[in-house]
Ligand binder design. Sequence first.
Ligand code: GLP
Length: 235
Amino acid sequence: MADIAGYVADLLAVQLQERRDSVLGMTTGTTPLTTGIYIEWARRVHQKELDLSRARFVNPDEFIGLPQNHPESYRSYMNKHLFNNIDVPLEHILFPNVEAQDLKAECERFDTVVQSWGGIDWQLLGLGQNGHICFIEPNDAIPSSSYIVNVAEENRILYAADFGSLADVPTQAVTTGLRMLMCARKIVLVAVGTKKAGVVARIVLNPVSTRLPGTFLQLHHNAVMILDEESAEGL
Ligand code: GLP
């Protein structure tokens, strides 16, 4: 796993050499933790091997119904695992504000801010076992702009342990739509472990479909997948 974290950090370093004030799309979930991705970034920042001081950070999704400081909010996750450890100024961090009164207007605001920052330069992605990326869940159609999504029941069941019970898992989230993702100038998707073998094979080998959002990465001009042997088993 250290190899994966090191490789992702090397790719990020190349990006930051090209543009110190890069706009970085972030991801949550267990993958950055089991691989040690954010720990490695913080380690390199402290060793002065990685300069994130001018980078801006965009989190493309957040659960609806949790206060920002809820331990399971993605905001808390990012604070705990990255932002607090590398001293990121607040104005360099962007999340959908799920506490806004008007969430549809908030989705528009979020997209507008990302656009005003010049879009995403470098997007780190995980992959849900049902093929979701960010919180773009499988559906008959997928909006291009940010939107309010119903969290797939199979994912709610997966998250139940973290939340204590299924009833406590939010039913909705705000997520970026496909446009922000497909306009990212580089995408780095990381998937590890046997649990991901099936979905990795499906998103690589199946035709592009909104029923399997990860398949859209087949259309991206500059996307890489970083896999371990287990997750690559089906290829
Ligand atoms: C979460 C996040 C995604 C993440 C995915 C995979 O729901 N919304 O951004 O990539 O699930 O998570 P994991 O790495 O735990 O499998």
